[in-house]
Ligand binder design. Structure first.
Ligand code: MTE
Ligand code: MO
Length: 210
């Protein structure tokens, strides 16, 4: 099986403020719903859906913690127009997960699932980009509960809602489906450099029919 295609991230997408954003000092907490309680013995990370071998792949917390660790420096751009610049995220690259639990060749998109049913859909190429990371740490410290402990996805080249906190798994999909905010009026792709904020801005081909 060939490797999934990875989107080329332009240099300009890696630093600075995207259009319409302002810099936020400090680190506000932004999410919908309550902060889940973490119970190590009940936690597992699952890759399911259209996997290459047709099997589900699961890691318990201890197993997940033993996966290869990497760091990236990346910004978070909230669609409500503030950006937090220059955090160092540590964790397991999304690419590592794709390599350990490969998708079937027909997979085009992923749904990333979190506690309480929060979800975000991504093109496989965005998920497979070399800077997407399942973060356990920020600036050298374990994530706090409000910021997604024990695990959150960070996809630096998309708006931050595409990175679920308290993430629990990935579903490989052979057609696109909208996630939590994508069903509620946000853009299916969510590229901050193109200001893809709302679903009414979508062009044909950007997402499933609304
Ligand atoms: N599970 C979950 N993850 C989520 C959200 C959410 O509502 N639920 N909100 C997203 C949004 S809109 C933003 S801006 C970031 C905020 O991350 P922070 O609270 O660490 O700053 O988390 C993202 N991840
Ligand atoms: Mo956000």
């Amino acid at each position: 099986m060939g490797q999934p295609e990875s989107r080329e991230i332009r240099e300009s997408e890696q630093s600075g403020l995207p259009p319409g954003q302002r810099m936020q000092r400090g680190w506000p907490v932004t999410h919908y719903g309550p902060v889940p309680k973490f119970r190590a013995e009940r936690w597992e990370f699952r890759v399911f859906g259209a996997t290459a071998d047709g099997e589900k792949h699961c890691w318990n917390h201890e197993e997940f913690s033993a996966l290869p660790f990497a760091t990236i420096v990346a910004d978070l751009h909230c669609v409500t127009k503030f950006s937090m610049l220059g955090a160092e995220w540590g964790g397991v690259p999304a690419r590592t997960i794709v390599e350990l639990a490969p998708p079937a060749p027909s997979v085009t998109h992923v749904m990333v699932w979190a506690e309480y049913g929060y979800s975000a859909n991504l093109r496989l190429a965005d998920f497979f980009s070399d800077r997407a990371i399942f973060a356990t740490h920020k600036d050298g410290e374990l994530l706090t509960a409000e910021h997604g402990f024990p695990l959150r996805l960070v996809v630096p080249h998309l708006y931050a809602w595409k990175g679920p906190k308290w993430v629990r798994g990935v579903e490989y999909m052979t057609t696109d489906r909208r996630g939590f905010w994508e069903e509620r009026g946000y853009h299916n792709i969510g590229d901050p450099w193109r200001e893809q904020r709302y679903s009414y801005q979508e062009q044909p081909g950007d997402g499933p029919e609304l």
